[in-house]
Design a protein around this ligand. Structure first.
Ligand SMILES: [Zn+2]
Ligand SMILES: [Zn+2]
Length: 180
């Protein structure tokens, strides 16, 4: 089977985890996962086995365009992994398989979502991400309250002030003016 992403190279057997075989592309680093195999691995594994990695998130690549399933030639659907990243899992619901771009499996591990792959590709998961995003977006709430013009003005002012060498003097001046 050819690579889902670069379509040139032949996919080769790789092992994502002990007991989780997949097919990988040596050129782009993407991996093909058969979700039946994945489910079996996920049911059998011990949840505590995977080590939690600290620090910055892995920089995983993301193919912007829709992928074509190399098994059935249908267009695959994209499902956002989490609100914390802009990475997507590509799914072919016909073949019940998934495509991950380079680094995305590591990203799932880092976010402790390696056991949630089949949940990510569902509507409730996607809905939850959208809701979470909306709730956490404090900026948007300010924007709504202030209106776009004043919001932009305040933001410009804040970023100008932040990097200004005479920041303290300016803040004093503003305080002085406000007191009238
Ligand atoms: Zn490839
Ligand atoms: Zn397919």
């Amino acid at each position: 089977m050819k690579c889902f992403s670069c379509k040139e190279s032949e996919l080769l057997p790789v092992k994502l985890e002990p007991g989780l075989p997949a097919l990988g592309c040596n050129d782009c680093g993407g991996v093909y996962i058969d979700l039946l195999t994945y489910r079996e691995w996920n049911e059998d594994r011990d949840d505590d086995e995977t080590a939690v990695t600290e620090g910055a998130l892995v920089e995983a690549s993301e193919s912007d365009s829709a992928l074509i399933c190399q098994r059935c030639r249908k267009i695959m659907l994209k499902f956002k992994i989490s609100g914390a990243t802009d990475n997507y899992v590509d799914l072919c619901s016909t073949c019940d398989d998934a495509w991950l771009d380079k680094g995305e499996w590591q990203l799932l591990n880092q976010l402790q979502l390696e056991g949630k792959l089949t949940e990510i590709v569902t509507r409730p998961w996607q809905k939850h991400i959208r809701e979470e995003r909306a709730a956490s977006s404090l900026e948007n709430r300010f924007k709504e309250e202030l209106g776009e013009t004043d919001f932009d003005r305040a933001k410009d002012y804040a970023s100008w002030l932040k990097s200004h060498p005479k920041r303290r003097e300016i803040e004093n001046l503003v305080r002085y003016i406000r007191r009238g």
